[in-house]
Design a protein around this ligand. Sequence first.
Ligand SMILES: [Zn+2]
Length: 374
Amino acid sequence: MTFPSSNLRSGDHLTRHLPQPILLVAMATILSRRPFVHACPLPRERGSITSWVLTTLISTFMLVGVLLWMVGASAPVERAKTGADVHIVCTTQMIADVARRVGGERCHVIALMGPGVDPHLYHPTRDDTGAMITADIVFYNGLHLEGKMTDLLERTARSRPVFAVTETLSHDDLITLSGQHDPHVWMDPVLWTRTIDVVQEHLSEIAPTGSPDFERNATALHREFAALHAYSQHVLDSVPERQRVLMTAHDAFSYFGRRYAFDVVGIQGISTESEAGLRDLALMIDTLIEQHVPAVFIESTVALRNIRALRAGAQAKGHGVQLGGMLFSDAAGPDGTYESSYVGMIDHNITTIARALGGDAPEGGMQGKLSPTQ
Ligand SMILES: [Zn+2]
């Protein structure tokens, strides 16, 4: 097999990992000889014993060689196909989008969790483990968003650079709910801008020759996020003050609420993991009625049932509540759509919220790019 000369890290990976398994196989073969001989009928002639042992050893080495090639070497071959300098693995789509934009053509980026995937409940697959142990760098959200991936992230960090994109956020930057830092930082475009700098810094560390490109890409992305924030501020300001209440399935929108002065109420707590945070529906229904809130929202990653119960409860008290639409909470839109990007995802949310709660926002969103069916 061959590797492009620019993809030195794949070569590094191969030389670093192959000798150790071969050594282990050799030891295992030597150790396995004695019980294996006893377990088989003994050959009668001395010549036959020698040839039998040799044949066994050669077959074992060949078999193990093939297995090693399949397991150990397949990942670098896969990686070499992309021809990228830096292979980046990210947990969520929102992080992958930042990495893709900052990394540009030099980087190959994958997101482990796709559209509609709930990161609070996500268990890593065998493929995820393979992707992480062959990555040049791994970015995750942190703040316990990827609760079921903690072990894998810790194990990966022993041999690869692994960084939380929220690592530069201080306690004061973060919202604390029920004694935990709220992980849904991407809901505030201003705060999420800080992740650009984290990605840029760490990519420059591992691929210094790309540093000028990363810096230029990061600057362009800063400008886009600033435009997204300006648009959000503008259209959300048009929502009548009393109706600035966002009711959703779980508490993913607190950073949004803090940034744009909305009351945010999630039926479940900041994690979808347990029902323990289930709030008093009756209290929420009273708020809906008192503040004439016209709509509640469903989320792309959370089951509908709680929102249904909320609407039914309000209806029973004579207050009809519309479904304001689907919001992207913990994952972005389908691959290949505008909404799969961070800007597209937030544009969709802001535009949907503003329009459903009585504000004024263009149907196509900030750039006229929103999918009409969303
Ligand atoms: Zn969440």
